[in-house]
Design a protein around this ligand. Sequence first.
Ligand code: PLP
Length: 434
Amino acid sequence: MTYYSLTDNTNTATFSEAVIRGLAPDRGLYYPGSIERLPDTFFKDLAQKSHVEIGVSVMKQFVGDAIPMDRLEEIVADTLCFDFPVVSLDNNIASLELFHGPTMAFKDVGGRFMARCIGYFNEQNPKKVTVLVATSGDTGGAVASGFLGIEGTEVVILYPKGKVSAIQELQLTTNGNNIKAVEIDGVFDDCQEMVKTAFLDDDLKKVYNLTSANSINVARWLPQSVYFFFAYQQLLKNGFNGDLVFAVPSGNFGNICAGIVAKKLGLPVHHFVASTNINDTVPRYLQTKDYQPLPSKQTISNAMDVGNPSNFIRIQNLFDNNFDALKQQFSSYAFTDDQTRAALKKLHDSYNYIADPHGAVGYLGLQHYMKEKPNTYGVFLETAHPIKFRDSVEETLGITLEIPSQIQHILDKTSEKTSLKNYADFKDYLIQRA
Ligand SMILES: *Cc1c(COP(=O)(O)O)cnc(C)c1O
């Protein structure tokens, strides 16, 4: 499979080059040269297939000959080592729970797959790969956990001091082994800026083999297509044959973009709903046809506080940059924190279901769409376990959440981190430990 840059399509890369570079040299996002519909035989016995069989069928065209089949099977099996249950709430609404992995957010899927691909590519290369990642919360944990113990790799996570939740900080700082956590006196954007500067720093390039694990990486983005198939498979097993709608709480729009890839691969999806918080660049675009990114605003669904969603350009490509075609299959609505809290309450009161603020935003989008189209069947993606957003969930619902085992086991681990102020400090830190 050849990938090309969405900035200049003459800049191409193999799968391994695209994974290792992250972004194309022209700063564009990589996009697959073709997306082939899966064969009818695949859909005929989909209900009987294992998650690993589905995962390999979905991923093999994107990986091409960069990884041999038997290794790809191992990587996929290792990636998909947890459950993806569809929990029915009503006769036509269900939640697809993506939080049963090690860090309890859907980002575990992309993080684990990417780490194992890099581990494989690095087997031929004695020089260790160092992954730099800036995080506002969920990403760093999933990337750290994905790379933990992967031979020939190390991860340096930068996060803004005092601006991630207590549980998120434990997920970042208690891994040990090949994972290092650095807290920065600043905000997320400062961390992001330092990572970008490091990539361009010739002194660091001499001693390090640096790569990024940003969500635009094709090895994080594409494997997210698989669980849309898992959801459909589970519905099929229950005799489903309706018009399926997926509602995806969206920030950088990578997750929903992977869902649209699943549809291109032949998954029968009637419509996609991208739900956002007040960071509403895409909902405004669909109304006005004018794409005007704004600085991000803080909300209780903070993993979606994104003012300029990086994957939206991929979604436009999936619809051949045709605005009307996009609008026919894709809607996007924005919701406030008050609406999100009301949705958390409604889900709890009506269905005895505890969602997290992101899942609640997904549910709101589904409800909005289904008011107009009541004869569809809606699945919203529950992208994180409520414990990760404990304060707002407990306060809104007036309950105390039970602590799941994935979190319990890090509570009594010791946190290890380095505190740094600025880029000069960060560079010194990297040079000294090279
Ligand atoms: C990252 C994240 C999102 C947003 O996903 P995108 O792919 O960036 O749209 C939604 N919910 C949670 C819990 C997340 O961590």
